[in-house]
Design a protein around this ligand. Structure first.
Ligand SMILES: [Zn+2]
Length: 286
């Protein structure tokens, strides 16, 4: 994942640090559909009185303060609720937020996925244990990041995805002469593909049951509901980084395709099942 950089005005942070980096503090921007880069532009101007190291949106990661400089994101003149996490030893990561019709803030799966990637990189780089990935709320009790304070399951899911290790493999898939390569999870010999990737290949619109869109990350296997036409069908899925990876064979079956292996272009192909073609023919001839 590429990390872009646009360093904030020097009046918005302290050069250097007095302590080594030990914590990653997660925040939200409390905006509706803002962009990581726009936040960096905002902090380019002087006297903002706050700052953060990184901003993450659905598509990009932007850095605003160098890791080894101290940003102002979790300080308070009031009471600290965390024994040791402070601006001096923490990296602040802001997730761009969205607001639903009721005015509740949320993060899109794409933003969460990008944040997971960034946090994993920083955990690795600075040898930060999972328990030192905290919310702003944990430090000062500020309602930040609201989507992870108001919904503790969403926070647990986020943290679980930071430690999940799946084996990703590249696989070629073909349909109607079109061959595409996708990253899939290989779990016990079965391939799980991102539902949207498969939909893209097959030119299908697939919608998810909103309630089950984010399934429990602590269950390795869970079921998600896929809506095909007016029918709801449950398929086996793995949730990783906020994305549902569905079992390729199950989803193909639900959609009325058979799968097979094509040696010539080393791809797993999809064919409409004969029974379904017959049905379509029958309908036409009526
Ligand atoms: Zn915050």
């Amino acid at each position: 994942m590429k990390i872009n950089k646009l360093i904030a005005h020097s009046s918005n942070f302290n050069m250097g640090r007095k302590q080594k980096i030990q914590f990653l503090v997660i925040h939200y921007t409390a905006n509706n559909g803002d962009l990581a880069k726009s936040n960096c532009n905002y902090f380019k101007l002087p006297n903002r009185n706050s700052s953060a190291h990184y901003f993450v949106d659905e598509k990009e990661i932007w850095q605003s303060v160098e890791d080894n400089d101290m940003a102002w994101h979790c300080g308070t003149r009031g009471k600290y609720y965390h024994s040791s996490c402070r601006n001096e030893n923490a990296i602040g990561i802001e997730l761009c937020s969205e607001k639903d019709r009721k005015g509740n803030y949320y993060f899109t799966n794409e933003t969460i996925n990008n944040a997971v990637s960034l946090v994993k990189i920083l955990m690795e780089k600075y040898n930060i244990p999972i328990e030192n990935v905290v919310r702003h709320y944990d430090v000062t009790h500020k309602n930040c990041p609201a989507p992870f304070v108001n919904n503790i399951t969403a926070w647990d899911n986020f943290k679980n995805s930071l430690t999940e290790e799946y084996m990703f493999v590249e696989r070629n898939y073909s349909y109607n002469g079109k061959v595409k390569s996708f990253k899939v999870i290989n779990e016990q010999g079965e391939n799980f593909i991102r539902a949207r990737d498969l939909a893209d290949l097959l030119n299908k619109n697939i919608s998810y049951d909103n309630k089950t869109k984010i399934t429990n990350l602590d269950d390795i296997f869970s079921n998600i509901t896929v809506e095909v036409g007016n029918k709801n069908t449950t398929v086996k899925a793995i949730n990783s980084g906020g994305f549902n990876f569905v079992k390729v064979r199950d989803l193909a079956d639900v959609l009325g395709y058979e799968t097979g292996y094509n040696e010539t272009n080393n791809s797993i192909f999809f064919n409409l099942k004969k029974s379904i073609i017959d049905k379509l023919k029958l309908l036409k001839s009526r």
